[in-house]
Each structure stands twice: as C-alpha cells, then as structure tokens.
Ligand binder design. Sequence first.
Ligand SMILES: [Cu+2]
Length: 134
Amino acid sequence: MILRLLVVLALAAFAAGACAPANAALPTQIGIRIHYSHFDATKIEVPMGVPVTFTLVNDDPIDHEWLIGDEAFHARHRNGTEAVHGDRPNEVSLPPFTTKTTTLTFDKPGVLTFICHFPQHEAYGMVGVVIVRP
Ligand SMILES: [Cu+2]
C-alpha cells in the first residue's frame, strides 16, 4: 500500500514537471542583422505557442530576403519566380539598408530554416535555423 502511494506521488511529481513551461526562458524578441551577405545569428531557439518577433536589419547595399519554413517550403522558393515578398509574416523582403519586423507563432516543435533565396546567396551562406521548443 505504501509502495503504491509512493508510485502515485512519483508519477504526480513527474506530471507536474512535464507541465512546467520548459521553454519560458527562451526569447520572444529576436534580432537578426545581415552584413556582407551573412546572417549574424544562424541558430536561434524560440518557444512554441507564443508570438515571436523578429527584427531583421539589412546592413548591406543590396537586396536580401528572409524566408522561413520547412524543406518543402524552401524547395518551392529555390525555384520560385516571386521577386518580392510582402504579405506573409514568414516571407520578408529586405531592400538595402532597411529594417523590418515580423511576428510568427510556431505551433509545433521542430527545426525550421531561414534562407535568402536571391541567386547564389544560399550557397554563399545565407542560411540559419530556428529550433522551436515545446
Ligand atoms: Cu541575400
């Protein structure tokens, strides 16, 4: 009987721990600066289920873009013909010397990639990952 009670208490403690917001310490305000055709942050951890605001700074005298999504999304954009993005929070066009903000809420855990799909920019290294933590 006592053993059973201890098991129940242990399970209750485990459940309480599992429900604690493990991702609460992760930032919801992210700054990414582009300079010499590179992102200055290429591995970013964010919490799932809450709005995350990205401030994107293009410090270069040329156009860039910040497109975030999964592999299928990027496969479409690598072959895409859309020169300018503007209406979707996960697709941001960045003219020279501009700053833009965009807010996204990630609804599932996992790894997403952000890439600039201007010709040769991905190959040059304009790639980063966002890790969404539950
Ligand atoms: Cu670029």
